[in-house]
Design a binder for this molecule. Structure first.
Ligand code: C2O
Ligand code: CU
Ligand code: CU
Length: 494
């Protein structure tokens, strides 16, 4: 009886959603909201592409390394200002943006393992924000999650010691229900950790020359070049996806390199879009690092998929190319960035096979097993049937105890209209190990340290996690519209 009524309600709600969704789909079908994987999209957006492409070269901007104000060895101090900006993404059009120490995105914070780091965050905005260190293992109160609000015109001074291996991490806002908008407007930056290993490995290390940061995001520009964050039904369901891809804030930029091995540090800094990165002419490359640091061995690949918030460091060998040759970095068949070989290199670089040793957790040491069931659609997305409540702690964990987390995605999607509903799960304050994907061994590039893992509809992923920091932390879907809708929970490590 009760069960029947529950099913009846579910069916009615689903049908209503479907009707609204179909309506929305038809209303928008004339407005050019094409999916990024539509090969015709560049033609559709030709106005934008042409503006920036002709005449002067549209060079890839390289985010600067932020100055360390503390000259003392083993200590570092940085100033980070959250500010309003204006940026010309499209020639002749000024876009209202947000940025750290600038108009859009932020500088790269680079620290060494073992450093005592202090950061002076000043919020010059008229609205609150937070600065979360995505991937960093620091105590809960330094994490910059939704509890560490930095009010308008005030500041926050987190401090922590870097106690994890070399990695490409990032920072971004984490204000409750507002993360999607603030990140979309431009608040995101990279955070590099270096250590003995990263310095001694025979890999490219020259920032902006052969060690290139690539923050990839998608935007939806209005006729006058603005990027309003207004969610339609489709955005609420699937997350906010744009029709134009930017790298470091530039549309279809060009990168000049020498004919040598080049290291690309890829961050998917998009709100909701996942990418399948590959190169024109099917060029092979080598993944050397995942979210939390170097892999044990470099992996030869032809395509690397990155869910929102995921990172990959890859090495690309251009030494067989001639001056003037071009290679295009693509997402599927969509052209993201053109790489031009402009100079012969005299250095004979190679791709190292062995990188670092990763001590694999032993499943026999697991003390607690927990389930995380991701479910629902649009405004109903939930984890374990619950939506985020700042006053509720969902899980209690012990410091330094190994746990197995079983993560499943039961969001069915909306049949033929919406298809799948993927959920990339991210856990704060830890780098974990993926031990199983759908009952089998995870792909090689998921066998290093991870903090975000893609879980497609119907999938089950098993993680081994061990927390080395105390405090209150978040776990959530990194499709920011899902997170903002409440697809997030809290755990306390004691
Ligand atoms: Cu990248 Cu909870 O965040
Ligand atoms: Cu995080
Ligand atoms: Cu999600």
């Amino acid at each position: 009886m009760n069960k029947n009524r529950k099913w009846y309600t579910i069916i009615i709600i689903s049908m209503l959603l479907l009707i609204v969704y179909i309506g929305y789909f038809f209303i928008n079908s004339g407005r050019g909201l094409e999916r990024v994987d539509n090969p015709n999209r560049q033609a559709v957006d030709s106005g934008i592409m042409n503006n920036t492409k002709d005449e002067k070269k549209n060079k890839l901007p390289i985010p600067p390394l932020l100055e360390d104000k503390n000259p003392e060895e083993g200590k570092a101090e940085f100033d980070l200002n959250v500010q309003y900006g204006k940026k010309e993404f499209i020639e002749g059009q000024e876009t209202e943006t947000l940025g750290y120490n600038g108009d859009y995105l932020g500088p790269i914070i680079r620290v060494d393992k073992g450093d005592d780091v202090k950061i002076n965050v000043a919020n010059t905005l008229d609205e609150p924000t937070t600065v979360h260190w995505h991937g960093l293992e620091v105590p809960g109160e330094m994490d910059g999650g939704p509890h560490q609000v930095v009010d308008p015109k005030s500041s926050w001074q987190p401090y922590f010691t870097i106690d994890q291996p070399a990695a490409t991490l990032w920072y971004h806002p984490h204000l409750l229900h507002k993360t999607g908008e603030q990140v979309y407007k431009g608040l995101a930056g990279l955070f590099y950790i270096e250590d003995e290993k990263s310095k001694e490995l025979n890999i490219p290390k020259e920032h902006g020359v052969n060690d290139i940061p690539l923050v990839v995001q998608d935007k939806r520009f209005t006729q006058d070049g603005q990027i309003p964050y207004e969610l339609g039904m489709r955005d609420v369901m699937d997350g906010f996806k744009g029709d134009t891809v930017l790298v470091n804030g530039a549309i279809a930029p060009e990168l000049d390199v020498k004919s040598e091995v080049v290291r690309l540090r890829l961050l998917n800094g998009s709100n909701a879009r996942a990418y399948d990165f590959n190169f024109s002419d099917n060029l092979a490359f080598y993944q050397i690092a995942s979210d939390g640091g170097f892999l044990e061995n470099s992996i030869e690949m032809h395509e690397v998929s990155l869910a929102p918030a995921e990172r990959a460091e890859i090495l690309v060998d251009f030494s067989d190319y001639n001056t003037g040759d071009k290679v295009v970095l693509r997402d599927g068949s969509y052209e993201v960035m053109t790489i031009t070989i402009t100079e012969e290199s005299d250095s004979s670089s190679s791709i190292p096979e062995e990188l670092v040793d990763i001590v694999q957790y032993d499943r026999d040491d697991v003390v607690t097993t927990r389930d995380f069931v991701m479910s629902g659609m649009g405004p109903m997305v939930a984890i374990n049937g619950k939506q985020m409540d700042m006053d509720r702690i969902d899980e209690y964990l012990n410091l330094n105890e190994l746990e197995e987390w079983v993560v499943t995605n039961e969001s069915a999607g909306m049949g033929m209209m919406s298809g799948e509903t993927p959920h990339p799960l991210h856990v704060h304050g830890v780098q974990f190990q993926v031990i199983e994907r759908n009952g089998g061994e995870p792909p090689l590039n998921e066998q290093g340290w991870k903090d975000t893992v893609m879980v497609e509809s119907g999938e089950e992923v098993r993680l081994l996690v061990k927390f080395k920091q105390k405090g209150l932390f978040m776990y959530h879907c990194h499709i920011l519209e899902h997170e903002d809708a409440g697809m997030m929970g809290q755990f306390l490590v004691e």
